[in-house]
Structures are given as C-alpha cells and as structure tokens.
Design a binder for this molecule. Structure first.
Ligand code: GLC
Length: 642
C-alpha cells in the first residue's frame, strides 16, 4: 500500500478535523520514510541540523498554503485516484502559440469544453533568458510569470477559473537545472562560494574530463559535451542540456530545501499536477551515465513524501524519456512503490506506435509491452502521440534482435522513413540531433506531417490524404483507449502541419523541435463546419471518441488492459475489462492493406454472446460470417461487448 492510500484510510472520520491536525497526522505517517530517504542521501552523522531544518520548514510551507487549496487537498484524499478516471482528457499547449497570453487562454475555455478537454499542460510560463531559452526550460525564477504571458494575478485568476470549470492544470517544475540567469547562478558567477555549491562547478577540467568519459550527450549538435567554462567565474559548470542550463547539485542539502520550497510555492498557485522535468538526470555520479541512478529515485520519493504532507492533493508526473524498464521505476519500486510519481509519460508506447507505423507491424510493440511489468495500481500513464519534443528511438535492443533485426540498421530505417530519406515514405519529418559519433538520431515533425498529410496535400493525392487522416485518428484512438490520461498535443486535433517559420528566428533555428510548436490555427478552427476538410474530419472524430471515452467506465485505468494475440503481425488488439465482466476490444490495423483476423477467441471472450457487438467508432454492429474479421487499412475499432 502506498502512503497516499494510507492517508485515505486515516482520513476516515477525520473530515471535520482542523486541516492542521490532518497535516500533523500526515507528517507522522510519512516521517519515518522521509527520515530514511533523507539520511540515505545526506548521511545522518553530518546532517542532523539539516534534517531539523527540513522538519521546521514543512509546517511553515503548510501554513502558507492557501486555505481553499487545503480544503481541496482534503477532498482529493477522500476522492482517491482521480487521475485514473475515464473522464479526464488532456491537451498540451504553448500559451503564446495558443492565444497570446494567460488571459487569451482563459477566453478559449469554450474550445476545450467543445472538444472535451479538461486537463491542460501549459508549457513553461516563468521568466527565462532573452534569446535562446529551450522554450522556457531555462528558468530564471520558478515563481515569476514571464510578462509576455501576463502577471501572477492573471495566473491565479486562471487557476481559479479552471477549478470552477473542472479543468485540471499541469505545470512544469524544471527540477534538474536553472538558467544561467537564475539568481543563484548570478551569485555563483560573482564568486559566491555558497551558490557555486548549488551547482557542479570545478576550477579546472580534470573532474569534468572524468565525467565526460561516460556522460552521453543530450544535444550533441548544438551543445556538445556536458560542461561549460564560465570565464567571469573562472570555473567549469555542469550543463548536461544546453550551455545556459546549469545542473543543480542535489548532493548539497540546501539545494533540496530551496527546491522543495519552490515546488510547494508553485503548487500553491493552484497547480494540480507538477511535471517533474528531466527527472532521470537528477543525480550525477562519475563513471556512470548519470541517468536513472538509485539516488535520483530516492530524491524524487523524498520530494513526493514531503509534498504529500504539505499539499496532498498535488501529484507528480515523471518526465522520464528513457528505456521502458527504466520508466516504470519512476512509479517507485519496493519500499518506494507508488511513492514516487503518480503519473509517467508512456514514452515507450509513443515510440512503439511510431515504429509500428513505419514498419506496418506490431511485433515490436507486443514484445516490448509484454516485457514491462505492470505498473503499481495507484499509478497511471500519460498516453500521447506527439509533444513539443523529438521522438527518441528508445527501444530495447535485445527485443529488436529477437525479431531478427539489427538494432542499428532498424533505427537507421526509422530515421530514413521519417526524415525524408526514402522517396516512397509519406512522412515529412526532420532529423534531430544526429550524432555521427554514435549514429544516433531522433525525429521531429508534427503528427500530421509524419503521418503523410503534408505530402498528401502538397501532391493533392486524395488517397494519401485519406490514409493520413485515418492514421491520425487511429493513433489518437489508441491513446484515448489505452489506460491513463490521453494528452493531445494542441494542433493535432486539427491535423496541423509542420511549421517551418522557426528557421528564420536566430533563437530557434538551431533547434528543429520548433517545427512542431505551431501557432494554434483559429482560422481553420472557425471553418470546422465544413465537414469534408481534413481538419474537420479529424476534429469531429476525435471529439466523438473523447465523448465516448468519458461515457465508458471501462476506460478508467485500473490496470485492466490485456493484450490479445491475433496471429496477424499488422494488427494491435487489446481488451479493457471491468470486474463486472463488461469489456471493450480495441483493434487497429497498421497496414496499408486490409487485414483479417481469426475470431473464435473474440467469441470465447463473450463479445457475441448477446448478438452482434457494436463498434463504437462507427456505431455499426459488427457481424462475422466467415469466422474472419476484416479490418481496413488504418482502421480503429472499439468493439463493445453487448
Ligand atoms: C525536457 C523537456 C525538453 C527540455 C528538457 C530540458 O525533456 O521536455 O523540452 O529541453 O527537459 O529541460
């Protein structure tokens, strides 16, 4: 049982208690764990005073939490795992690209309502350096709203409105690094030893050279290496991402305390889910790749256990874009099970779906999904197709090999397929951060462009256009049904194509992830009544699928998903099931040709027991005469047990 469930049990009959008494109860419940986690990072012999500081900080942070959020915290504990509900559908967006600023965003609430979206991830809105800022992931201050988005009051008004309208808000906490303009970095540059100790700084290159032997490069083209020399400071600083993003040194207990304070204050603005950015990188150790280290997990659990005491209604999302077996660990294992992040990006599913599109086969998808253990029951996924980042080819090599493919050549094929190196491929993607030293590369591009809509429209090729629309719907249909929070990337709901305007902006042109950070196209949205246009077909179908999802309790995530084997390598089928016996089969065909599957097993599962079942996507009954079910190219079926 995780700590959140324990808090729920202890809450019984506690409803009318003073929130402070409940805080004390939560602290007592988590204290042993907090202590163990803390001393395993910061040895007890030398850190008793620091631990005392943490214990004094928690009540102060609680006192400062707004009263209405304290009440919301209590009802969230009572409610249980709200984030596993079938009623939640999310969207990720850049505020300035969506509708100018925070006020503009508020005006668009009716758009979210129309589509059925009630969970928003807003990309960073805090202050950042002028010029390059990694889209705001270089943070100048965790709590200051960048004036281009509005003011702190605008944010508070927005979060109040979201609460009123039942919209959940997710914001980033860029926990691994600050910008080089953050107040701590500035003091470090001026020679302040205390703040130099907030980062990994070194007077010469000896230690960085040792680190470099094993640290992989995140941005090899634009920011090779993981250290930057700062002449004004006369020291090297660790910068694993861009040279202007300084890695925080969590071996220093003061950094943890300051960042915990920032985390709680961010939550106090009315945030429901905190996206822990790049959390795999939180702990560094020479001689390792400094990703996914056990200490990083301990640190995350420590953040989690403290936040839970102060603001138990707020949960964490793991942004760990790492190998499948490593992602699942961010839910916490052993003693930490369910006590790290409640949600994680299902980056594995995302990357595997793109693999299936290119290969037209689902074999690696099945193998990989089966290879990963079930997640803890209180946790859930964010399922998505595209986001603001590149698509990394993070597959397990041994599984590729088991299929008789060479991992290197397979990855090369995927890069060629998506990045315009194959004439016959419908995709118009771009290669991101190709590393000639390793042959590694990643892929950027919008979902629609990667799936052939851009090429189809350019060539005025009707069948290519139709195929791309079907693929866009099929992939979204899978993420809507998979179990977890589906997160639509703003613009994908209308099939937005690549945006090449970044190439003219000096602060963006080196980073082609900007090709998929388009302006929301309100002109197109105004014309969605023209039901024949591709944007309209996509929008109206997704809107319908969202409404169906919200109406089917079987889509709530209770680890109630099982993969079904069909014997046909082009097909993906999984079943969602309730304990009551209700069930829904999700079928999709990744091939350009119609495919058939044998159906006796579907009958055995009881789908035809009460007559022909309905495909919720088309609203047609599905009958099987020959014993075979035919699935059209890129068709999505949601077959409901009648
Ligand atoms: C995350 C963000 C990405 C950013 C990186 C560094 O991976 O999604 O956009 O570049 O963190 O903050």
């Amino acid at each position: 049982m995780n700590q959140a469930s324990l808090h729920r049990l202890l809450m019984a009959n506690a409803k009318k208690k003073d929130p402070k008494i409940l805080f004390d109860q939560r602290l007592a419940t988590n204290l042993t764990l907090i202590q163990q986690l803390y001393f395993s990072l910061y040895p007890e012999e030398t850190n008793l005073d620091n631990f005392q500081k943490l214990l004094s900080l928690l009540p102060v942070l609680f006192k400062e939490r707004p009263e209405h959020l304290k009440l919301q915290d209590i009802s969230r504990i009572e409610e249980g795992n709200w984030y596993q509900s079938e009623k939640i559908v999310g969207m990720q967006l850049y505020v300035e690209h969506f509708n100018k600023d925070l006020k503009g965003l508020r005006e668009k609430i009716p758009y979210f309502k129309e589509l059925g979206v009630n969970f928003l991830h807003l990309m960073p809105i805090t202050t950042r350096p002028k010029g390059e800022s990694d889209g705001g992931y270089a943070v100048n201050d965790y709590l200051k709203v960048d004036p281009k988005y509005g003011t702190k009051e605008d944010l508070l008004e927005l979060t109040a409105e979201f609460r009123k309208q039942g919209i959940y808000l997710m914001l980033d906490f860029v926990v691994n690094h600050t910008s080089n303009e953050f107040s701590w970095a500035k003091k470090a540059i001026r020679g302040d030893k205390k703040y130099q100790g907030y980062y990994y700084t070194f007077e010469d290159y000896t230690i960085p050279a040792e680190f470099e032997k094993t640290l992989p490069e995140v941005f090899p083209e634009t920011s090779p290496g993981s250290f930057t020399y700062i002449p004004e400071m006369g020291r090297w600083v660790m910068t694993v991402f861009n040279s202007y993003q300084w890695d925080l040194n969590y071996t220093n207990p003061d950094v943890f305390l300051e960042m915990l304070t920032n985390l709680v204050k961010l939550s106090d603005q009315g945030v429901d889910v905190v996206r822990f950015d790049a959390l795999a990188f939180l702990w560094k150790k020479m001689g390792t790749i400094s990703q996914n280290l056990p200490e990083a997990h301990t640190l995350i659990a420590l953040f989690r256990m403290c936040l839970q005491v102060v603001a138990p209604g707020v949960i964490l999302l793991a942004e760990a874009i790492v190998a499948p077996m490593d992602i699942i660990k961010y839910f916490g294992v052993d003693q930490k099970e369910g006590n790290e992040c409640e949600i994680a990006y299902n980056a594995s599913l995302m990357a595997l779906l793109w693999n299936s599109v290119a290969t037209k086969k689902t074999t690696l998808l099945y193998k990989s999904l089966l290879h990963v253990p079930d997640k803890p029951k209180d946790c859930t996924w964010i399922n998505y197709i595209r986001c603001h980042d590149d698509i990394g080819l993070g597959y397990e090599n041994h599984l590729i090999q088991e299929l008789g493919w060479s991992p290197d050549m397979h990855r090369k094929f995927l890069l060629d397929y998506y990045c315009q190196h194959l004439d016959w491929s419908p995709a118009t993607g771009l290669m991101f951060m190709y590393n000639p030293k390793t042959g590694d590369g990643r892929i950027t591009g919008s979902a629609a462009s990667l799936l052939g809509l851009e090429k189809g429209l350019a060539l005025n090729d009707k069948s290519l256009i139709e195929a791309s629309i079907s693929k866009i719907i099929m992939l979204h249909g899978i993420t809507l049904a998979f179990g977890g929070i589906p997160l639509i990337y703003a613009g994908d709901e209308i099939g937005t194509l690549n945006d090449y305007s970044y190439q003219k902006d000096p602060a963006k042109k080196e980073d082609n992830r900007w090709v998929n950070r388009p302006m929301q196209d309100w002109e197109t949205i105004a014309k969605l009544d023209d039901i024949q246009s591709p944007p309209s077909k996509i929008f109206h179908t997704l809107k319908r699928l969202i409404a169906i999802r919200k109406n089917e309790p079987v889509f709530a995530d209770h680890n109630n998903l099982s993969l079904c084997h069909t014997g046909n390598d082009h097909i993906l089928v999984f079943e969602r099931k309730l304990a009551s016996g209700e069930g829904l089969l999700v079928l999709s065909n990744f091939d350009q040709n119609p495919q058939v599957i044998e159906t006796s097993w579907i009958k055995k599962l009881g789908y035809f027991a009460q007559g022909d079942p309905v495909d919720l996507v088309t609203e047609n009954k599905v009958s099987i005469n020959s014993g075979l079910l035919e699935i059209a190219p890129y068709q999505l079926i949601w077959l409901k047990k009648s």
